[in-house]
Design a protein around this ligand. Structure first.
Ligand code: NAP
Ligand code: G4F
Length: 326
């Protein structure tokens, strides 16, 4: 396999770490971008730091000159933009920062590629959150979202991601760039951030067991348990990102499992697998409800199945097991 170079942003995050592993295994040089931090936040990529093909670079998406310089310096074959303010709840508290990073930051990358490296193929991390409260309906009444479903975002995060998604489309058609978006549904793993609901539940279980099941252990506080999500495994989803950039033409794809479960179901299954009952330990906290909620997400990945040959390998139960056992 010929050696390629890829810039990856967001390498301190869940997806950036898995994608970096996949690219290094596939003989890439990875230009691993992370923003300055006053503390060490490289835990997810510690095992990659000694690899000479993993080149750490300081980079903040919101600084256009730094973005341009990085693109001009490396002129990579591929650019995976995984950096974002990725927490939906936080986006209600920090809407302007979210827009600056998730929309203006993406525009900086598009401009950088257009001016300094137009051959570079771009992957942009779009999201099912862009569908918001909308879905399509099959004749049997099943609700789903696919590439044709209209988008009605319900959060500053969803709006910022949709603006970036549309920006990518403009640069693809207007400037003929190879730029595409993966519309990824929720994906989790042992490396998921602790303030997303799945990891929050799993972490509580682990800490509770580590406490010796202390009766004084604080309750698990959660918000809306009725929301439905289509949860897959991050390892499967980063494979889809790579596959999109190996195509002849740039296209956007929904990446999902096609199954949906409520937060309550995730909670019940995780607790049951360690012989605990959530009713004894969970407290509903009204402060954790969002000003606007996406109640139902269930992706239809038919296009990715047929066009990319992509299929998820890890089941819902397998995902919970992996998170609990890690
Ligand atoms: P994550 O774990 O929260 O990682 C986000 C990364 O972005 C972190 O490395 C973070 O760095 C970096 N970042 C934030 N602001 C930045 C800035 N101004 N400049 C440079 N880097 C910055 O997110 P993830 O779950 O891996 O998701 C990856 C991407 O996919 C995100 O764009 C997310 O919005 C999108 N997405 C995720 C899912 C999902 O279910 N996981 C689904 C659809 C789309 P710090 O460590 O310094 O904070
Ligand atoms: O785990 P969540 O915070 O994920 P959410 O909001 O679906 O966003 C994730 O998936 C998106 C793709 O659809 C990504 F674009 C985004 O970057 C992120 O990765 O919340 C899932 C559900 C929500 O309905 C939330 O209201 O769980 C509900 N929930 C209930 N209690 C909670 C909690 N969410 C969090 N974070 N914390 C709770 O205590």
């Amino acid at each position: 396999m010929t050696k390629k170079t890829a810039i990856v942003t967001g390498i301190t995050g869940q997806d950036g770490s898995y994608l970096s592993e996949l690219l290094l295994q596939s003989n890439y040089t990875v230009i691993a971008c992370r923003r300055r931090s006053s503390t060490n936040n490289l835990e997810r990529v510690t095992h990659l730091l000694d690899d000479p093909n993993f080149i750490l670079t300081e980079f903040d998406l919101t600084d256009p000159s730094g973005v341009y310089q990085t693109i001009q310096k490396y002129q990579p074959d591929e650019f995976y933009n995984l950096a974002a303010q990725s927490h939906v709840g936080t986006s209600f508290k920090q809407p302007s920062t979210t827009f600056e990073i998730n929309t203006v930051g993406v525009t900086n990358i598009l401009e950088g590629i257009r001016h300094y490296s137009p051959h570079t193929k771009l992957y942009q991390a779009s999201t099912s959150e862009m569908f918001g409260r909308n879905y399509s309906t099959e004749t049997d009444g099943k609700r789903y979202q696919n590439e044709k479903t209209e988008m009605l975002p319900q959060s500053p995060y969803g709006i910022a991601k949709l603006a970036a998604h549309n920006m990518v489309e403009i640069y693809r058609s207007g400037y003929n760039l190879f730029a595409c978006c993966g519309i990824l549904f929720n994906h989790e793993s042992p490396r998921r951030g602790e303030n997303f609901v799945t990891q929050k539940i799993v972490k509580w279980i682990k800490d509770y067991i580590a406490s010796g099941k202390s009766p004084d252990f604080p309750k698990l506080k959660l918000g809306n348990l009725a929301a439905h999500r289509d949860w897959g495994h991050a390892k499967d989803y980063v494979r889809a990102m790579w596959m999109m950039l190996q195509q002849e033409t740039p296209k956007d794809y929904v990446i999902a499992t096609g199954e949906t479960h409520s937060v309550q179901e995730f909670l019940d299954l995780a607790f049951k697998s360690v012989q605990l009952n959530p009713e004894d330990h969970v407290e509903i906290d009204p402060d954790l409800f969002r000003p606007a909620e996406v109640e139902y997400l269930c992706g239809d990945p038919t296009f990715a199945n047929n066009d990319l040959g992509w299929n998820p390998q890890v089941s819902f139960k397998g995902l919970i097991q992996d998170m609990l056992e890690s």
